[in-house]
Design a protein around this ligand. Sequence first.
Ligand SMILES: [Zn+2]
Length: 299
Amino acid sequence: MRLKKIALFCFGCSLVTFLQEVDAQTSILERQREMFSRNVGSAEQQRAQFPPHRIVGNLYYVGSESLASFLIATPEGHILINTNWEDSVEILRASVEDLGFNFEDIEIILGSHAHGDHMQGDALVKELTGASVMAMADDIPGLLRIQPGGKPHPVDRVLEDGDEVMLGGSTLVARLTPGHTPGCTTWTMAVEEGDEAYNVVIVGSMGSNPGFQFVNNTSNPTIVDQYKKGFSVLSSLSVDIPLASHPAMYNMADKYERLGQSPNPYIDPEGYRAEIEAVETLFLDVLASQERDAAAESQ
Ligand SMILES: [Zn+2]
């Protein structure tokens, strides 16, 4: 009789542990889903024009409500970062023109990483402007698979970590921050305004999307090391103005409301640190949970 009681107690105990584990797994998946949908928004938001505006110096926002695009305007033509979906290139063009620039003056097309929501429009924008497409070497295989309507993805210059892209007195540095994609690129540049110079960092993305496989990923066996490298590069940067491939990653809607105030609301080094920490914590939690699952399966 006594034995039976102990057995019942132990069964109850392991059921509680099991339920707690299920709960923890669910909440990690929920956190992944929340972060993902905070970033990408709805299909409508991805294609809805956000008021184009000057961020600092010669750097402008020309993206949609949830997909960021940036224009660096120079006397020798412009650099565009992120063409986004091909079916929203018209919105991009409208934003560039609303700011008083010629879309055809875009000379260089860059991107955050080889996913369609950021770089599917490359071929069309090149067709419309004659601009050169430059992309990080490790993202070229992914980019070549993006072929809207069967159009081959153009690549005019292949970049490596630390390479500079220069035009009309502006210099952008390509930093390899891999993980989200193997060649995910964070752009850094010093932007001058008045007597000040600001370190601008446009984060490529370190998101751990739902479905990303970190443990036993046979098609990308080094993915965990890539993420760790990406986070260490991002932590090492000196940042005044953080920007990113999705506006929610730098709280654009709130900052835009305060545009024109002094100091410039886009100056936010603390916000940068907090965002990187939140995204890194999520990555480490997802990794730990996948490691626990893999260990349980192998028993
Ligand atoms: Zn992406």
